[in-house]
Write a protein that binds this ligand. Structure first.
Ligand code: SAH
Ligand code: SF4
Ligand code: F3S
Length: 475
């Protein structure tokens, strides 16, 4: 059997796409291997969002070329595919710069991988079109492989972006916004639940802009879709990412109030706290608009925790602008966050501006921002101590006899418990917050009457009350 190794960079949508590529290739007789050394086919599923992400591709291709030479001496062939957003952005240029590459395929054309691999010349081995044809329809069903025991799964519901923030490559690499229809999503969700999946994370570059066709022929919003998915037997947890503040509509906020499976954790990127910079970024909302949205979400779901993305050092950002970002952080108190130095991306409007900031200014601002975000993340985690929370058990812990899983806030939680609870929602009491995770005492499985389900029901009805404060990790 031939072996394929897929290496993914970038966002969760790439992780989802990587699984779909493995599906397509499984139908062609390829099995997945975790090691690049014994792969007959190596796929780099790339990210173009920042300069560093894009550069990784070429250094990785250098390593693959050496590996290919070693394998060739053993009489083994190695073929190389570049997929994802760098493939889309650079196309044939990749093959010119890196002759080791056999196929270049953009994110909309994975279903054509078998044909591209069979292509007789290099021109025919490039596909970076945005076909009208729906790649999801053409992708084969998920196979019953190792992921059969996955407790959490991604489900891409929306792709592409029409927002054109002036710093961002996504509208160019992923194309225009498209929403998958409800029927296809319900079918995929049911199939995943049938494989043992308990937690679905709905994905989209702009997930809350999703507006798919419902079975009634009408256009549904994300709030309505979440309610429908929550009705599927076996769906214990729902999440969605990444959202845009402008698309937090009333129906979605109401779903946070009404749908118990929707986890009280919202990733809502704001990027900056200065209205002048937000306007220059073309975000089309102000910092106070963002504060008001957070107020409404918290009113609907008081135990909700927030996370966000930030860019520091956007062209023209002054000390006063940056101070507004710090003020926003201090107002909201995020449980977690990602923060980045602005990286000029070819072809985006902000890259052409003449008021680019020096690297040292960006670095200093990033350090200050990350210190505040880290302070809030630690405070949030420490405030969990003593609380009774629910944990979706998705793996064994590091130590013998330990199991581990995720809290509603995506914190890793470790505790001693029988292995048989894999895949269940456990009720635990948090003992301590360590640097990267929570240590807890196992109380029982949610809803298990022998363990005193009534009491746990009560315990779990109000376990996350208290100030929804805190924040997360800065990368
Ligand atoms: N669709 C999401 C974000 C997708 S990209 C949204 O609208 O929020 C993920 C994050 O990468 C962004 O939120 C932003 O913080 C960061 N990012 C995007 N382009 C960037 C750039 N040119 N330089 C630095 N960070 C960038
Ligand atoms: Fe990029 Fe803005 Fe679209 Fe997010 S909303 S993907 S940041 S253009
Ligand atoms: Fe990167 Fe493309 Fe995702 S640029 S962040 S892999 S959409």
């Amino acid at each position: 059997m031939k072996k394929v190794h897929v290496k993914s960079y970038g966002c969760q949508m790439n992780v989802y796409d990587a699984e779909r590529m493995a599906d397509v290739l499984a139908a062609q007789g390829y099995e997945e291997t975790p090691s690049v050394d014994d792969a007959d086919l190596v796929i780099l599923n790339t990210c173009h969002i920042r300069e560093k992400a894009a550069e990784k591709v070429y250094s990785e291709l250098g390593r693959i070329r050496e590996n290919k030479a070693v394998r060739a001496r053993q009489g083994l062939e190695t073929r190389v595919v570049v997929a994802g957003c760098v493939a889309q952005a650079e196309g044939a240029e990749i093959m010119r710069r890196a002759p080791v590459v056999d196929v270049v395929v953009g994110p909309q054309s994975y279903h054509r991988l078998p044909e591209l691999l069979a292509a007789r010349n290099r021109d025919a081995a490039i596909d970076i079109e945005f076909p009208v044809e729906d790649k999801f329809r053409a992708l084969p069903a998920r196979r019953n492989g190792a992921e059969g025991r996955n407790v959490s799964a991604f489900l891409t519901i929306q792709e592409g972006c029409d927002k054109f923030c002036t710093f961002c490559v996504v509208p160019y690499t992923r194309g225009a916004e498209t929403s998958r229809p409800v029927a296809a999503l319900l079918e995929e969700a049911k199939r995943l639940v049938g494989l043992g999946v308990k937690e679905l994370t709905l994905l989209g570059q702009n997930v809350n802009a999703w507006h798919g066709e419902g079975p009634d022929g009408k256009t549904w919003s994300l709030g309505r879709l979440l309610r429908r998915l929550a009705d599927i037997d076996g769906v214990e947890r729902l999440r969605y990412t990444t959202s845009h503040p402008r698309d937090m509509d009333d129906e979605l906020i109401a779903a946070h109030r009404d749908v118990p499976q929707l986890m009280p954790y919202l990733h809502l990127p704001v990027q900056a706290g200065s209205d002048r910079i937000l306007a220059a970024m073309n975000r089309r909302h102000t910092a106070d608009d963002y504060r008001r949205i957070i107020d409404r979400v918290r009113a609907a779901r008081p135990d909700i925790a927030l996370s966000s993305d930030f860019i520091v050092g956007f062209p023209g950002e002054t000390d006063a602008d940056f101070a507004e970002t710090m003020r926003l952080v201090n107002d909201v108190r995020f449980a977690s966050a990602f923060s980045f130095k602005y990286s000029a991306r070819p072809g985006t409007p902000a890259a052409d501006r003449e008021d680019q900031l020096p690297e040292d200014v960006k670095s200093a601002r990033l350090a200050e921002l990350q210190a505040a975000l880290e302070r809030d993340r630690i405070a949030f985690n420490q405030a969990m101590t003593g609380r009774v929370i629910e944990v979706l058990v998705d793996r064994k812990g590091r130590a013998a006899g330990q199991m581990a899983g995720k809290s509603p806030y995506l914190q890793g939680v470790h505790f001693e418990a029988p292995e048989a609870i894999f895949g269940a929602v456990a009720v635990v009491e948090v003992l301590e917050a360590t640097a990267g995770s929570l240590r807890a005492r196992y109380l029982g499985v949610k809803g298990a009457s022998a363990l005193g389900g009534g009491a746990f029901h009560q315990a779990s009805a109000a376990p996350y009350s208290g100030a929804a404060q805190g924040i997360a990790n800065a990368t």
